[in-house]
Design a protein around this ligand. Structure first.
Ligand SMILES: [Zn+2]
Ligand SMILES: [Zn+2]
Length: 329
C-alpha cells in the first residue's frame, strides 16, 4: 500500500520539478515566484503579528471543549470546532477593526451555538478596549454546509449588521466586485483593510481574504493542509487559475501565513487523514508558509487538464470526480 501510495507521488514530484520551469505569468519560473514571495515576506513584517497555539483540539480526547478560541493577537481570533461535535472541525476567523468586526464562517454544526461563542469574545474585546459596542458582519469563505451551519444563530441579534448571502451575486455585491474573480476589492473594518480575492475552484463563490494588519491570507477551503477538493472537471481550471492568482498576489503583497479552514494532514509528510475521520492525532499545523502556494501550483499545473488524485507532502490534490471523496491513497 505504501509503495502504491508513494510511487505516483514521487512521479508527480518529478513532473512538478519540470513544472517549476514553466511560466507562472508568461515569463518567469516557479522558483522565481517562491523566492520573491519569501524575500518579500522577510523584508515586510506585518504591522501587527500574532502566534498560533501549541496544539489544536483534535478529537482524540472527547473531554476537549466544544470549541477552542485562540487569540492570534488582541484583535484577531481563530476558533476551531471540536471533531467530537463535527468531523469537519472547521476553523472560523473573527477580526476586529475600529468600526466593525468581521466573522468569516459560522461553522459546521448547529449544535454549537456560535453566536454565544462569538458573543463572549466580542464582550471581552469591548471591555478590554473600553468600547460600548461594535457592529458585526458575518461573511463566508464559501457556502459549503460546514461553513454556514451556524448562520441562523446570528439572525436578529442586535449588533449583527449583516449576514452576507451565500450565492455569487450576494458575495460580489457585498464586497464590491466588478469583475469576479479578476478584481480585488477591499473592505475596511475601520483602520483595518481586507483585500478580497476571488478564488473559485473548490466552490464557485469562494473568496480569500488578505488582512493588511496581520498579513494573514485566509484561504477558506482552496488552500489548507489537507484534501484540496475539486468537485467537477470545469472547476479544475478555475482551481488552477485561483492558485495562480494567489501566487501572483503573494508576490506583490507580503503574506505572513496562509491559513485555511481545515487540517487533514498528519505532521508526518505524505500522510493524510481520510475525509470524515473522527479524530486527528498528530495533526499538521494550521498555517502554511506562503511559498507553499507555489508548491501547490507546481503540483496542479503539472497535471494539465487531467488531474490525478495524489497525496503530496503537505496537501492532497483531490479531484473528487476522478476518485471519490473518501479516497486517501
Ligand atoms: Zn468547502
Ligand atoms: Zn470546508
Amino acid at each position: 500500500m505504501k509503495i502504491q501510495l508513494i510511487l505516483p507521488a514521487a512521479f508527480l514530484i518529478l513532473l512538478c520539478i519540470g513544472a517549476r520551469h514553466q511560466a507562472v505569468s508568461g515569463s518567469d519560473s516557479l522558483e522565481a515566484a517562491a523566492s520573491e514571495i519569501t524575500t518579500l515576506r522577510a523584508s515586510s513584517p506585518p504591522p501587527q503579528g500574532g502566534s498560533f497555539p501549541g496544539r489544536w483540539i483534535n478529537g482524540v480526547n472527547c473531554n476537549e471543549p466544544r470549541v477552542q478560541v485562540h487569540a492570534y493577537n488582541e484583535d484577531t481570533f481563530i476558533i476551531r470546532q471540536s471533531k467530537c461535535r463535527t468531523f469537519e472541525a472547521p476553523f472560523v476567523y473573527l477580526l476586529f477593526g475600529e468600526s466593525r468586526a468581521l466573522l468569516l464562517d459560522t461553522g459546521a454544526t448547529p449544535t454549537i451555538n456560535m453566536f454565544n461563542v462569538v458573543d463572549q469574545v466580542v464582550q471581552d474585546w469591548l471591555v478590554a478596549n473600553g468600547r460600548p459596542g461594535i457592529r458585526l458582519v458575518v461573511a463566508h469563505s464559501h457556502a459549503h454546509f460546514d461553513h454556514v451551519q451556524g448562520d441562523n444563530r446570528f439572525v436578529g441579534k442586535p449588533y449583527v449588521e449583516q449576514i452576507v448571502g451565500h450565492g455569487l451575486p450576494a458575495v460580489t455585491q457585498f464586497f464590491g466586485f466588478q469583475n469576479y474573480p479578476h478584481d480585488v476589492p477591499s473592505y475596511d473594518l475601520g483602520g483595518r483593510v481586507l483585500d478580497v480575492i476571488g478564488t473559485p475552484g473548490h466552490h464557485p463563490a469562494s473568496i480569500t481574504l488578505y488582512d493588511r494588519q496581520t498579513q494573514l491570507l485566509l484561504t477558506g477551503d482552496i488552500v489548507y493542509p489537507g484534501h484540496l477538493f475539486v468537485f467537477s472537471q470545469p472547476h479544475w481550471s478555475d482551481f488552477k487559475d485561483s492558485i495562480q492568482r494567489l501566487i501572483r498576489f503573494a508576490r506583490a503583497r507580503p503574506v505572513e501565513w496562509v491559513v485555511g479552514c481545515h487540517i487533514e494532514m498528519s505532521d508526518t509528510p505524505f500522510q493524510s487523514y481520510r475525509y470524515g475521520m473522527p479524530s486527528h492525532p498528530d495533526e499538521h499545523v494550521l498555517q502554511f508558509h506562503p511559498s507553499e502556494l507555489v508548491e501547490i501550483g507546481a503540483a496542479a499545473f503539472s497535471m494539465g487538464s487531467q488531474p490525478v488524485c495524489t497525496i503530496f507532502d503537505e496537501f492532497v490534490i483531490h479531484p473528487v470526480y476522478r476518485c471519490g471523496i473518501s479516497w486517501n491513497g
